[in-house]
Ligand binder design. Sequence first.
Ligand code: AMP
Ligand code: MG
Length: 379
Amino acid sequence: MRIEKITEKNTDKKHIKKVFALAGDIIKKGGLVAFPTETVYGLGADALNQDAAAKIYGVKGRPSDNPLIVHVADFEGLEKIIKEIPWQAEKLAEKFWPGPLTMIMNKADIVPKTTSGGLNTVAVRMPSNKIALELIRASGGYIAAPSANTSGKPSPTRAEHVVQDLSGKIDLLIDGGDVGIGIESTIIDLTSSKPTILRPGAITQKMLCDVIGEVEIDEALIKSDSNTVPKAPGMKYRHYAPKADITVVEGKKEDVVKYINRKIEGLLQKFYKEEDGQQEDVFEDIFHLNIVEDRIGILCSQETIDLYPYGYAKSVGHYDREEEIARNLYAVLRDFDKTNVEIIFSESFYTPNMGAAIMNRLLKAAGHKIIHLEKEDVQ
Ligand code: AMP
Ligand code: MG
């Protein structure tokens, strides 16, 4: 796999032009190019070429009923691929495009069913990342791109994540540095009787309502632990998952810390007994304490990280900087994969705007295992 770096500092225009010509050529010929967007890295193919789109499913190990998002570089591009553009699409595009908003509309025949996962609708987005826009233009205008990870793994927010998952499987990776948002786009379905959010993201329900009036949320997102099937096919799969088993703990911050610490102390004793039944107490055996401690992870905030005396704690950022939490979440989940951690306790991050999106991804990573402390005995 070829890797080409394009960063703000790299102002070699000749080189940059060459990279886009090469990348555009690969996509036009039916190949695969991974590239940065403002949300996560995407794995791009020609959206109107069914064989090229099919390759994406193969390389990612993605179920064939999980449709791809088509990326365009201008609003006019929609006319060719959509049956009839709804008025809401025009208003929302005016306000949020280019940006992290994907809209689902009825597709024109030119969009192959491979791209739309067999559906008569298609998801479309105009990214704001300059590299992504330039690549779309160089490739003929329509790039189908899901996140550039192996299906089921956390989405890639850094070029190195793409290398970890797809090295040797794709033609080119454009390394544009770390992404800005770190969580996939908001998806809104404009084909249902009321516009409906199928996946929460950086563009919130309130922001959408302010532009087009009433906007619903797919009930499967709210009752996420129920058996309701989500309307976005991809949302039904366990996603974003690290190797370790995650339990999210929700409640007052001090209660959460106390609860996690108590659970960890119990687990350390248990692991220790499994390894060396002779000794009485792991806390008196520092050597073994260090070893069994490595098996427990804590996903926490910068404010609370020092409150965990045992286990491997990793911070996703400050509670009052939600963009930071969104940007770091997937990288932290991937970092845990490189350790010996088997069990992770995670704090919850119901922040004011990005909270719905952050918690949606975290709960999916945890397979919806959550402890609500208000309902539990914290002592
Ligand atoms: P990804 O690109 O990997 O972030 O995933 C794209 C998401 O968009 C998946 O959850 C898909 O199920 C969803 N999606 C794409 N197209 C459609 C569509 N036509 N109808 C409903 N959901 C869609
Ligand atoms: Mg994905």
